[in-house]
Write a protein that binds this ligand. Structure first.
Ligand code: GDP
Ligand code: IMO
Ligand code: MG
Length: 431
């Protein structure tokens, strides 16, 4: 009855989409359990005529595998316009999306959430988070504040209107009197959302029941996280985080599966680190090396097109991700990007106010002061994109991987050596 969780071990964009797609070949369900269209998962599929590239935001990566049932779980926040556009875009490219299941309990992102996200960011000025501007934070705030809208409300127009009216009571005051923006008319918002009710109806399902029944029948369920451990609202670099729980515990809450069902938790980490948006990043390389990693790794956001900040691998956060998620495996991605460097840095610990610290510090203030203590390993010059087993790697690349495995407290079960589905070295199976 294996349920496998896939979780980002850094600040997002670790290559979760590629790994989920890869194991999607042999699973029955792929479930998104949190986040929304702030995520951007790029999947590159080899075809007889070349490569097909897909950028997925809300749809689970399993949508690309014909034998997988993709599920949007209750923990996701859904912008219905974006979801239907994504579905239409895939249909145009010949991808069948009819298998999709959508939880009736998932929350809706309304137009006022998007407006508030952008407005609040502008007001924060230098203290801004650098959000994706997709309405994620305000939609989750409403969920926790018990003034949210759920997918099921689309099928009860009078309840929907009532909920929008009460939610807008305070928001319109804020928008007009504090933020100097226009107000929203509840009826107009309700009509806009109601237009999505019929197109979404075929996907509506009791997703928790379906997933638990599937596990009873020994089907394989993959729970695909968006974002990453350090963007988790509880365990990440708060307040520079997203507004949900990408970490493994969130997979149970966001899908309606109990913790006893989870058999393995696979962390995805790049062989270096990237981050989009504001917030502390101890190993950031604000120099030519960082720029070189950005260029070779094509480190530009899938969702917002922003340049990603880049830096050396950070074993402190890797150990932290291993602990917080209970990782059973780690997939190391983008090792190919490090080809050609004379030496490669790895932060093995931090120096904080004159002390050596090997664990994530207790306070954000200390994390802001953390200076990486590096070990430098010799690089390799040979192209490794064709490697399919550890023995195909040059010795220095093998040593680099072995070093990361030792220092990260988790076994490395696969290594990415290129964007395509088959550009991977498999070492252990995950489930
Ligand atoms: P996600 O958000 O975790 O799914 O990651 P993204 O898709 O946002 O970013 C990862 C990027 O790296 C995508 O463009 C992938 O196609 C690409 N990628 C994934 N694995 C590898 C790899 O092993 N090597 C290289 N060169 N690119 C990779
Ligand atoms: P995937 O799933 C990287 C970042 C934003 C910002 C912070 C809060 O592709 O790994 P939000 O819009 O969520 O309120 O923004 O989180 N962020 C991501 N960074 N990858 C993502 O998703 C991200 N989703 C959100 O840049 O710093
Ligand atoms: Mg991404």
């Amino acid at each position: 009855m294996p349920a496998v969780v896939i979780v980002g071990a850094q600040w997002g964009d670790e290559g979760k989409g590629k790994v989920t797609d890869l194991i999607g070949e042999s699973v029955d369900f792929v479930v998104r359990y949190q986040g929304g269209n702030n995520a951007g998962h790029t999947v590159v599929v080899n075809t007889p005529s070349g490569e097909d590239k897909y950028a997925l935001h809300l749809l689970p990566t399993g949508i690309l595998s014909p034998n997988v049932t993709p599920v949007i779980g209750n923990g996701v926040v859904v912008d219905p316009r974006v979801l239907l556009e994504e579905i239409a875009g895939l249909n145009e490219r010949g991808v069948d999306t009819s298998r999709l299941l959508l939880s009736a309990d998932a929350h809706l992102i309304a137009p006022y959430h998007v407006e508030l996200d952008k407005t609040i960011e502008r007001f924060l000025g230098n203290s801004k988070i650098g959000t994706t501007g997709r309405g994620i934070g305000p939609a989750y705030s409403d969920k926790v504040g018990r003034v949210g809208l759920r997918i099921q409300d689309l099928y009860d127009p009078s309840i929907l209107l009532q909920k929008i009216e009460s939610s807008l009571q305070v928001k319109n005051e804020l928008l007009t009197k504090v933020y100097n923006r226009r107000s929203f008319d509840a009826k107009t918002v309700a009509d806009e959302l109601l237009a999505y009710a019929e197109p979404l109806k075929p996907y509506l399902a009791d997703t928790s029941k379906i997933l638990n029944d599937a596990l009873d029948e020994n089907k394989v369920v993959v729970l695909e996280g968006g974002q990453g451990t350090l963007l988790d609202v509880d365990h990440g670099t708060y307040p520079f985080v997203t507004s949900s729980n990408p970490t493994a515990g969130g997979a149970c809450i966001g899908s309606g599966i109990g913790p006893t069902r989870i058999s393995s938790v696979v962390g995805i980490a790049k062989a270096y680190v990237t981050r989009v948006g504001q917030g502390p990043f101890p190993t950031e390389l604000d120099d030519e090396i960082g720029q070189r990693i950005r260029e070779i790794g094509a480190e530009r956001g899938t969702t917002t097109g922003r340049d990603r900040r880049t830096g050396w691998y950070d074993a402190v956060i890797a150990r932290y991700a291993s602990r917080i998620n209970g990782l059973t495996d780690l997939v190391l991605t983008k090792l190919d990007v490090l080809t050609g460097f004379d030496q490669i840095g790895v932060a093995v610990a931090y120096e904080i106010d004159g002390r050596k610290v090997s664990d994530m510090p207790i306070t954000q203030t200390e994390f802001h002061h953390a200076k990486p203590i590096y070990e430098y390993l010799p690089g390799w010059q040979q192209d490794i994109s064709g490697a399919r087993s550890l023995s195909d790697l040059p010795e220095n690349a093998r040593n680099y991987v072995r070093f990361l495995e030792e220092i990260s407290n988790v076994r490395i079960s696969a290594i990415g050596v290129g964007p395509a589905r088959d550009s991977i070295i498999r070492i252990n199976s995950f489930s």
